[in-house]
Write a protein that binds this ligand. Sequence first.
Ligand code: SF4
Ligand code: SF4
Length: 436
Amino acid sequence: MTISKVSNTLLLEPGMEDMYKCVHCGLCLSACPTYLTTGREMESPRGRIALMKAVKESRIEPSSRVISHWESCLQCRGCETACPSGVPFGFLMEQTKAELIYPQKTSLKQRFLHFSVFKLLFPALPLLYVLGTLVKFYQKSGLQRILRSRIVTKVAPSSLVVLENQLPAIKGNFFSASTKIYPTKEKKQGTVGLLSGCVMPLFQGPIMEATVRVLNRNGFDVVSPPGQGCCGALNVHAGERERASKMAINNIEVFLKANVDKILTVSAGCGSTMKEYQNLLDKSSSISSEDVSTFVSMTQDITEFLVSIPLSVPKTALSMKVTYQDSCHLAHAQKITKAPREILQSIPGIELVELKDSLICCGAAGTYQIVQKDLSTKLLSKKMATIIETKADAVVTANPGCIIQIENGIKQNDLNSPVYHIVELLDLAYSTESKI
Ligand code: SF4
Ligand code: SF4
């Protein structure tokens, strides 16, 4: 890769001096999935920070080798949880990507990919729905079965076969933001706004529908206001902050006009980005800092919200042994680990078996499964070994990417265990009760 001279002025931006909080103690090493997998210091949080400092101090150039060490970071923020010095690694990595990695995507192929994914597809939901419809047709029409046949996979390029195999199955109907109000039939406790987002309503519509039913069952009217869009998480993580800030402004405007008590997400990755919108927007943004603060203070993950209300306990038992994988952006970015466990333990008949290393990333991490395939596969293998050890009937998590990744692992290991979003399990318990 040819290295173009890039500016490192952003490494002088407010907040970036936090890299000097790192005292090289190494307490984060055992929390870092990439370090645990490769054993390379430069693929640890401490090593990556050392590289940031070296570039900032002009001791080294951000060469392709240096960049590869940063690019292998999952941005899981496990190191933040472990760090006693309070190094905000997620923020440092996002800024580094924006300033030093994103501008280096100079080849035509890289530019095209970035333009299509981050500027065209995610910001424009109608286009994403068209793509979702085509994928659904491909999967339901039998075309996928034909293309997955031995004859075709023998002649097709192996990279394409691998990529196709990773395509998650579209389940049920698409969910979409609309003017529709989903009213509760119980004594009304309030109205909540639900983020529909981008990929989740297409690939995991039933989870969105289950969320609506669970909220209704607990006395809340639900709206998912039209005009909202993708939260911008994938753009932020890829260093494409300009478009991400536009997405943030749009969502803030839409939800603040929706007249809701809370703004809820069922995707940990979206929630963590939305709770950090203030990092994306500054005084020059076309939105007031008061509006940003209001939006942030109203935003909650579904698990966080459900434990803050008098949660209706299902009346029937599910009789199931489950294990729970912490989603990185729920556990490390939002510091929510107790709420999902409390919810699981509130469902009669559920036996929760703790998963060894549940705070270590499963290798999903947005587009990581595609762009860092080898490392992602190694992380998934480790995760599956611990899941199998639990002998659980089902795996539960709280993030769409983790669900897709673990479902892939289940498939690769010829297992039949379902993978649930936590609200699906609660919804299942409520629906069983209505049948008695
Ligand atoms: S734990 Fe924190 S201070 Fe210690 S090496 Fe890791 S990032 Fe640096
Ligand atoms: S964000 Fe995750 S992968 Fe990256 S350095 Fe921190 S712990 Fe390691």
